[in-house]
Design a protein around this ligand. Structure first.
Ligand code: ZN
Length: 371
């Protein structure tokens, strides 16, 4: 018996952990990893080797790394003065392929490789596709990456350079997922969806463990996260809960969720019809029907965080502001978090005497150049 299994997030039924299983066989709910209280538990040391983090692999030697994680945290003096709040950024674009996705991909590809999988399908708005392409190459796995034709050319080129087969879809982000699912069914290839894989979230957990170390155990009171599918958001929360269980932290920060006003199924708490989904410069969070929506909403309630939608103009404004005032060129998806932060401060949903941490999920060099 391995030391971990899957648990359905809807009907709570337990399932055998398998990287090819993406949904509950009983109710089609999304799955998450559950660890048994076992002596066989495998841990990775994270946060400068200070912390043991449980991982869903049978041996540490199965973990495939390209050097992801341990990204720097920087204080943002000028933006802090502007918003009269102490603001920090964690530079996730310093991961091997330029986005936070590498944390999740490393774990997901390790699990697939450990089961001898040799060919996979993935769909992405760009960053996850590039990440899966790189890690799959390293693992000797052939990857088919589906991405919208409208994704930035730099991201599409990056997917191709690692050697994966790029399938460009003339449609929305959600139509790209549909095209990938059809391909999986027709060709009987393993679907390595980073949105559904429970292993992916086990990888993004490292962000939560690292900030415990980055802030010398005093994690900021607020973490503001741009949310599309919510894999980073949910990974941070899972890590914080594990740290609390180990009695390393007493209180959990508020986890705020930022979406673009043009695609905001979580912030609006609505099921968006095709005509309600508009285009957004924040391609990384342009997800009309996130499969883990109810999980994100549950964390919002538990952490007492707020969901906020931001206007297109404010996303571009903040992308330029961050570059001009902090020397930080981030992708629009990350800039959206700052636009949301400004809204939350103005609405007094974040107190000015509390600290704020924002992940800079991806580099501006990968995305649309501001005018
Ligand atoms: Zn279920």
């Amino acid at each position: 018996m391995p030391h971990f299994g899957f648990k359905c997030t809807e009907c709570f039924k337990n399932h055998k952990a398998d990287p090819q299983t993406l949904r509950c066989g009983t109710c089609s709910g999304t799955l998450s990893v559950k660890y048994a209280n076992s002596k066989k538990q495998v841990n990775r040391q994270v946060g400068d080797g200070m912390l043991d983090m449980p991982i869903p692999l049978c041996s540490l030697s199965e973990y495939l790394s390209l050097g992801e994680g341990n990204t720097p945290v920087v204080f943002m003096p000028n933006i802090s003065t502007m918003l009269e709040t102490e603001i920090y950024a964690k530079l996730e674009f310093m991961n091997p392929t330029g986005s936070f996705k590498d944390r999740g991909t490393a774990m997901m590809i390790s699990a697939l490789k450990s089961k001898g999988v040799s060919e996979i399908v993935e769909d992405s708005s760009g960053n996850a596709g590039a990440s899966v392409s790189a890690y799959a190459t390293r693992a000797g796995i052939k990857a088919h990456i589906f991405a919208p034709l409208s994704a930035p050319q730099t991201k599409l080129n990056q997917i191709k350079i690692y050697g994966s087969i790029l399938h460009e879809v003339d449609g929305s982000r959600d139509e790209t997922t549909q095209a990938a699912e059809e391909f999986v069914e027709n060709k009987s290839i393993v679907y390595a969806s980073h949105n559904l894989s429970p292993f992916f979230i086990e990888g993004t957990k490292t962000f939560g463990y690292e900030i415990f170390n980055d802030f010398d155990r005093e994690i900021p009171e607020n973490i503001v996260v741009p949310v599309g599918n919510g894999s980073l958001y949910l990974g941070i929360w899972k890590a914080l809960e594990e740290l609390k269980e180990k009695r390393l932290i007493k209180t959990l920060p508020k986890l705020h969720c930022i979406q673009a006003e043009n695609v905001n199924p979580i912030a609006s708490n609505k099921t968006l019809s095709k005509s309600e989904i508009k285009s957004t410069v924040a391609g990384g969070i342009a997800v009309g029907s996130p499969p883990r929506k109810s999980e994100v909403q549950s964390v919002l309630r538990q952490s007492k965080g707020f969901a906020n939608s931001v206007k297109e103009a404010s996303i571009v404004e903040w992308q330029i502001k961050l570059a001009k005032h902090e020397g930080l060129f981030c992708e629009p998806t990350s800039a959206a978090a700052f636009a949301g932060l400004e809204n939350l401060i103005n609405a007094k949903e974040i107190n000015k005497n509390e600290r704020v941490l924002i992940p800079i999920t991806g580099s501006g060099l990968k995305d649309i150049f501001p005018e």
